[in-house]
Ligand binder design. Structure first.
Ligand code: OSB
Ligand code: MG
Length: 369
């Protein structure tokens, strides 16, 4: 597969409903799409870099300029026999994992087309459908939140995850549990607490949560291990896990009992697969996280979630929860039992709506060797 050219493109898409985490609220997404042009095929991917450096230090401007000035040239003009060879080519650049993931995953997308194989199979996936949960942000009021949970439970989602932060946690969970005592429920703090909150965090144990995601600092394993020893509820790490070595260290230290894999956060499919395998060998279940992706990133998340240690419902949910109109065809649809079928078609299994993408594009640049 010769990497002949790379197109960077920014599209703007308003969210159907704002999304709020402990680090801020998003109404409109600025999405970075990447196309790798190779021997007559176009591989597409999404870099999940955000509008602000809130979740990660990367954001769309840094990702765009780092790809353009430094990363693209490590790939352009090269001939690869598989997408999994690309991380080695990019390893001279430190960090910028969301940027690298966008490039690597576009090459995987092209490879699946060229080899006429479903992307899920190329990744090693075996599941024929994936289990879906939803992530529900902080709302303007508890009533608004209760309404949203009701809608998603009725739609069949298998797990509800609530964003929490100090002041939007215990009372909220108490109200939710009073209404829905038996649903699979978890919460995600996006690093909103410190170890000074230990006594407060212990009170979360009463709600029978499936997990509490990333309660402490985004770059920590050590204090999470101390916290995990004090909690009955399983800790799940998201932000802290950058690669398979981090996953192994976190497991060995006892920092978590569950890991969330986001392909952008860890630098691409190759590293995501390694994390999956490390977790599997230690009997640690994983699930696929979300970053408010468009259909392109979402389609890739569906393929990744078909690996067999994705044993818990992920944050991969229906297109219509995010967008009036998605940029893939068909849109991602979730069944009444809360599942998405994994496509058996060659490639990513969803067509790219190039006309719509063109309309949503605010800038575009093609890089050549
Ligand atoms: O921590 O999982 C997170 C969205 C943006 C940034 C971080 C997170 C999230 C989500 C949304 O929880 C998941 C989704 O795409 O629905
Ligand atoms: Mg998270």
């Amino acid at each position: 597969m010769k990497i002949e050219a790379i197109t960077l493109r920014e599209i703007h898409m308003p969210l159907v409903h704002f999304f709020e985490t402990s680090f801020g609220r998003t109404y409109d997404r600025r999405i970075l799409l990447i196309t790798v042009h190779s021997e007559g095929t176009n591989g597409w991917a999404e870099s999940v870099t955000g509008e602000n450096p809130g979740f990660s230090s990367e954001w769309i401007e840094s990702t765009w300029s780092t790809i353009k000035s430094h990363i693209a040239s490590t790939l352009l003009g090269k001939t690869l026999s598989a997408a999994s060879e690309s991380p080695v080519l990019m390893r001279g650049i430190r960090g910028h994992r969301m940027a690298k993931a966008g490039l690597e995953n576009a090459i995987w997308d092209a490879e699946a087309q060229q080899k006429q194989q479903p992307l899920s199979k190329l990744l090693g996936g075996t599941l024929s459908e994936i289990a879906c949960g939803v992530s529900i942000g902080i709302q303007d009021s508890p009533e608004q939140l209760m309404g949203k949970i009701g809608t998603e439970v009725a739609a069949g989602y298998q797990r509800i995850k609530l964003k929490v932060k100090p002041g939007w946690d215990l009372e909220i969970l108490e109200r939710v549990r009073a209404c829905w005592p038996n649903i699979l429920l978890s919460c995600d703090a996006n690093s909103a607490y410190t170890l000074d909150d230990l006594e407060h965090l212990k009170k979360l144990d009463q709600f029978n949560l499936l997990m509490i995601e990333q309660p402490l600092w985004s770059n920590d394993f050590y204090y999470h291990a101390r916290l995990q020893r004090e909690l009955k509820t399983a800790i799940c790490l998201d932000e802290s896990i950058r690669n398979a070595r981090d996953a192994a260290a976190a497991i060995e230290l006892g920092s978590c009992r569950i890991i969330n894999i986001k392909v952008g956060r860890v630098g691409g499919f190759t590293e995501a697969k390694k994390i999956h395998d490390v977790c599997k060998s230690h009997s640690i279940p994983v699930w696929c996280g979300g970053m408010l992706e468009s259909g392109i990133g979402r389609a890739h998340n569906v393929s990744l979630s078909s690996l067999d240690n994705f044993r818990l419902p992920g944050d991969v949910s229906a297109s219509k929860r995010y967008w009036k109109e998605d940029i893939i065809e068909p849109e991602v649809v979730v069944s009444p039992k809360g599942t998405i079928p994994v496509s058996t078609q060659p490639g990513r299994g969803y067509k790219i709506r190039e006309d719509l993408i063109e309309k949503l594009t605010v800038r575009k640049e093609t890089l050549k060797a």
